[in-house]
Design a protein around this ligand. Structure first.
Ligand SMILES: Cc1cc2nc3c(=O)[nH]c(=O)nc-3n(C[C@H](O)[C@H](O)[C@H](O)COP(=O)(O)OP(=O)(O)OC[C@H]3O[C@@H](n4cnc5c(N)ncnc54)[C@H](O)[C@@H]3O)c2cc1C
Length: 397
């Protein structure tokens, strides 16, 4: 045990991944979570190969895979015209112990991590503890927290803000969240409808290009998740109506009525915090960066932040590195977020929604060329599977 206790704000996938790595190394960790329990929201459902490698180190990959679905390939399609190209993660099997994506809801991961953390004496979690602000001096950080309607203070040597996109930690540290918001919103519908029976060549991950009405079809256990853009002219009230969802789904299979088990409408942003470090306080996950969900990189990038942060903090606490090492967390993770994750997710959207037939044709030709060349398709999988972004981060001194 050490006096270098760490406060983590937020019990999402990012906060709990950081907690698991630090707690396993013997550090005292307290997680402050505003909710009364872990979130049950249906959000991320994609885990990329290197994220699974990391979660394996935390003992979480096997139970996650057991509750999820292995997707060994991904496909790009044109609406109404079938497959453009298919990529198989087996092509990068020499680079990862998990040459596939796992489709499983993020709330399964947070439960797996918390169950294991709660067996450790150096871990504490406070639910119903909403952090309102953060102050610090040269020796530590204080978090002002609302518990049972009263303001209290929790102290730590270090603090990680993993409190999501509206991060109060980020605001309290006065760190700008630079970027933009897309005019359209995204509608995610979950349905047990058997798309595979209708389109037998579907795989578990399918991105479908079409000017204006692109969509993706992702298989999760017992359900398909279908995501559509919703035009800025359509009001929120209209977009959440069951009939609106039916109309969107009927574009995929005409004349069909669908059971819609779950529906989420949300606004989409591309934003990155101006810095991921302010003295003894750090940002990770959605608190530090948000992007559109095309490619499933948000939560994955956040878990990569969590492990990078924990590794550097452990080196500092263990006396192997001085505190300057912590600047490398900001340098590495912020740079790859901008260079790779932001760029790739914006490109993914641009490709699927290309407005002219010439641009759609350029996208199809590019993908087919990549898929036909083994070396290029390996590089492509490294990029979309987030292997390349981790390699790039490690290169940044
Ligand atoms: C519909 C949808 C689909 C998505 N699909 C994917 C995908 O397939 N792959 C992918 O990688 N990403 C995806 N994402 C993004 C992904 O959900 C987020 O990147 C991920 O949840 C970020 O995790 P986090 O731990 O940083 O933040 P969160 O999951 O937002 O967790 C933050 C936690 O902090 C708590 N909190 C907030 N404020 C405070 C406070 N002041 N004090 C204390 N606690 C606080 C919250 O209650 C919450 O528990 C998707 C997002 C959406 C909306």
């Amino acid at each position: 045990m050490t006096n270098d206790n760490v406060l983590i704000v937020g019990a999402g996938p990012v906060g709990l991944s950081a907690a698991a790595e630090l707690v396993n190394a013997g550090i005292d960790v307290t997680v402050l979570e505003a909710g009364e329990k872990l979130s049950t929201e249906s959000r991320a459902s994609t885990f990329h190969p290197p994220t699974l490698d990391m979660l394996d180190g935390l003992g979480a990959a096997k139970p996650l895979i057991a509750q999820g679905l292995i997707a060994s390939s991904l496909q790009y399609r044109t609406h109404g015209k079938g497959v453009i190209a298919q990529f198989d993660f087996g092509d990068v099997a020499d680079l990862t112990a998990h040459p596939y994506r796992v489709q499983s809801e993020q709330f399964k991961l947070t439960r797996i991590l918390l169950d294991s953390l709660q067996q450790k004496p150096n871990f504490r979690i406070e639910f119903g503890a909403e952090v309102e602000g953060v102050e610090q001096d040269a020796h530590g950080v204080s978090a002002r927290v609302q518990v049972n309607g009263k303001t209290d203070v929790r102290k730590g040597a270090w603090l990680l803000g993993a409190d999501g996109a509206r991060s109060k930690v980020r605001r309290s540290l006065d760190i700008e969240f630079e970027g933009f918001t897309w005019p359209e919103r995204f509608l995610v519908l979950s349905t047990p409808y058997d798309f595979k029976a209708r389109f037998p060549d579907l795989v578990s991950v399918n991105y479908v290009a079409a000017p204006q009405d692109w969509y993706f079809l992702l298989k999760i256990p017992n359900m398909w998740r279908v995501m559509f853009p919703v035009d800025a002219n359509v009001s929120d009230e209209t977009a959440v109506l069951p009939e609106f969802g039916q109309t969107q789904l009927a574009r995929i299979v005409e004349g069909e009525r669908f059971e819609i088990a779950h529906s989420t409408l949300y606004r989409v942003h591309q934003r990155v915090a101006k810095t991921f470090r302010s003295g003894r306080a750090f940002l990770a996950g959605d608190a530090a960066h948000i992007n559109n969900p095309l490619g499933g990189m948000g939560m994955n990038g956040g878990i990569h932040d969590a492990l990078n942060f924990a590794e550097k903090l452990l080196a500092v606490i263990g006396g192997k590195k001085d505190e300057k090492e912590l600047d490398r967390y900001d340098l590495q993770r912020r740079q790859v977020t901008i260079e790779v994750v932001q760029r790739q997710t914006i490109q993914n959207k641009k490709d699927l929604e290309a407005k002219t037939e010439a641009d759609q044709a350029e996208f199809r030709d590019r993908l087919r060329r990549i898929a036909a060349d083994h070396a290029e398709s390996r590089q492509y999988l490294e990029r979309v599977g987030m292997i390349a972004s981790l390699r790039r981060a490690a290169e940044i001194a």
